[in-house]
Each structure stands twice: as structure tokens, then as C-alpha cells.
Design a protein around this ligand. Sequence first.
Ligand code: FEO
Length: 400
Amino acid sequence: MKPFQAVRVSERVYWVGAVDWRVRDFHGYSTSRGSTYNAFLVEADRLTLVDTVKAPFLDEMMQRISSVCDPSKIDVIVSNHSEMDHTGALPDTVEMVKPSEVYASKMGVDALAAHFHWDREVKAVSSGDRLDLGGAVLHFIETRMLHWPDSMVAYLPEDRLLFSQDGFGMHLASTERFDDLLPMALLEEEARKYYANILMPFSGLVEKLVRDIAGMELEIDVLCPDHGPVWRKNVQWIIDKWNTWASKPKIPRGLVIYDTMWGSTGKMARAVAEGMLHKGVESKVFPLRATHISDVASELLEASALVVGSPTLNGRIFPSVAECLNYLGGLKPKGLVGAAFGSYGWSGESVKELNGILEKMKVHLVSGGFSVKYVPKDDDLEKCFELGAAVAGELLRESG
Ligand code: FEO
């Protein structure tokens, strides 16, 4: 048997994607376990390819397709999302198989044109449109800004299967193709990280999507995202998880992030965390030069407090702290209580600058923060402990 076989995921559908064991950086997101680019082949009278793969994986996808059919027999290609991890191989695929029709959302048509500057006709579909493939009908649902303007999903009622593009996915390379063949703790960790880093800013739209799916009463036995495993056992579990993350329930958990030059701000960070714990609030402490920002985002998703520490360096906050807050601010986390702290040598601007950034992020600050000249004394560390306790107290009060 040749390598790179297609994998059947339902009566009419094969997985024909690619596994990227090597990728460790996905436009700034740390993909420490690699990823997959999932493409799917629908066996109907009109043979249909749903999404493609990142450009370097064209050969792998074509070999998987060839394991079950002659690729030139593909009649239709559907592009649910124009980002290059799913369309990088699209122009070459179109060139090789010469499909009769290529479909995308209206925004997708524009996005594909802007990416590839091609004269290929791409037909636009909208929510509610159906495409009869002969023996199977694709139902399209636009999911604008989940997470790009062009995003859409396609439902195949004959197999009770939803092609959900990035939705309900994760960056996880594996030899297994299905959720029930992988540990749930691993799936939860990677799904949470994916949601936090890609979907957090669009949580209101995620809630609406989950409501819409429920309202349409779609029966989904198989959920096919464009990254990670196909869901066939825990479909409702991952939908419920997304709904929970989108609605941001108040979990009494804190996050203390900091950087330090000579250990003073680091010592303060540990005292702040002790103060939170004293009030019964568990917190995690992350030194930012030793922690990737996408891992901080993953932890922030389920946290209700964000306390930030930075030394003053050349009149500003430390670069790693600035980078992290710039990233977290873009993710628009909601409902956070927090505070700032730091050490300084002579000018001491860091706490004031941190307060301004946290206020812009709509973090509810419990105080004006606390700063220490050079090295904290015992009573300074007690004040850091009290700062952590104050944050925890407010968090618990707001959590009810
Ligand atoms: Fe997996 Fe938004 O691309």
C-alpha cells in the first residue's frame, strides 16, 4: 500500500488533508505540537473537494485524493475560508483538476481574488444557499468574522456532517484522525489555546453561531474542522466548550505576568500570587521571557484577574511586558479585575504606564498599583501580598 492514504470519516466523505509535524510558529502563535490542514472529499455524483491545504502540502493532499479517485474527476471545489493555510494549494489544485465550478462566500470570492490575482471565476454563495452535488446537497452558512470576513461552513445532511473550517479546530499534529482516539485532556488543552488565540476577540459572534446552530436544529454526528482531529464522539462537548469560553463565566482564577531585570519584580510577583491564594484564589505566575504570549492567552481565557508587573527600563515598561499586553489587548479579554506593580531605579514610570494599558483593556483596577525602589524590603513584599489579596477579594465579590 502507498503512503498518504485518504481516511474515510463518514459514508460519503474522506479526509484528504496533510499533517504538518514541523510547524512551531503559526503567524506568531506557538504551535508546539504541530498542526494539520484538513481537506475533505465528498463522494457524490459531482465529486467535490472541500478546502485545500497549505501550499507546501499540495503533493500530500493530491496523493491522498489519488488513493480513492482520479483527481481529474473532481467537479467542484468549495473554499470555506480564504486564509492561506487552506488555500495556499488552491491555485495549483484548480490548475491540476480543472473543476467545473469553484465556490466561496461573497467575501471569499473577493478575498481569493485579492490573494491570487487570478481570472478564475469563483461563484458566490450565501447563507441558506444549497448546492446539489447529486446524491448529496451542501447547505451553506456564512460565519462572518469567525474568524475572517469570508468564513463560512457547509452542512451535509445526508451524512449529518458539518464542514466547520477553522471552527472547533486546534493545532495538533497526530497520526490519529478522530477525537475518540486521542486523550481528552490533550484535546481540551489545544482546543482552549486555539479558541483563546484565534476566537477570543469574536466571542459574541461565537455565542450567536452556537445559538444559530441550535436554532437550525442541525443534527451533527461528524464535525470536520480544518485543523486537528475530526470530532465524531465528542461533538456536543466541543460545541459546549466553545459556548462556555464565549460566554466567559467568572472562574475565580488569577494570572500574574511579569518580567524582571535583577529579580525584584519577580519577587514581588510571587508575593502578589501568595496574597491571592491567601484569599482562596488560585493563580498562575508567568515570567514573560520564559513564556510564549500565546500560552499566556490560553491561560487568560479562563482567568478572572490579570496582575501585571514590570521594571522601568529607560523610562518605559519592559519590552516583553509591552509585547504581551499589546497581544492580549488585541484579543479583547472581558471581565477582568487587576492591578499593576513593579520596581525601578530612579524614574519609575512602569506602574503608571501599565495602569494606562490595563485601563484601555477595560481591566477593573483595584488600586493605583505599587512600586518599589530597587529591591523590595519585607514590608514592601507585605504590600504586594496585600495587593494580591485585594485583587482576589474584588474578584470574589464580582463573582458573587
Ligand atoms: Fe486555519 Fe483562519 O486559517
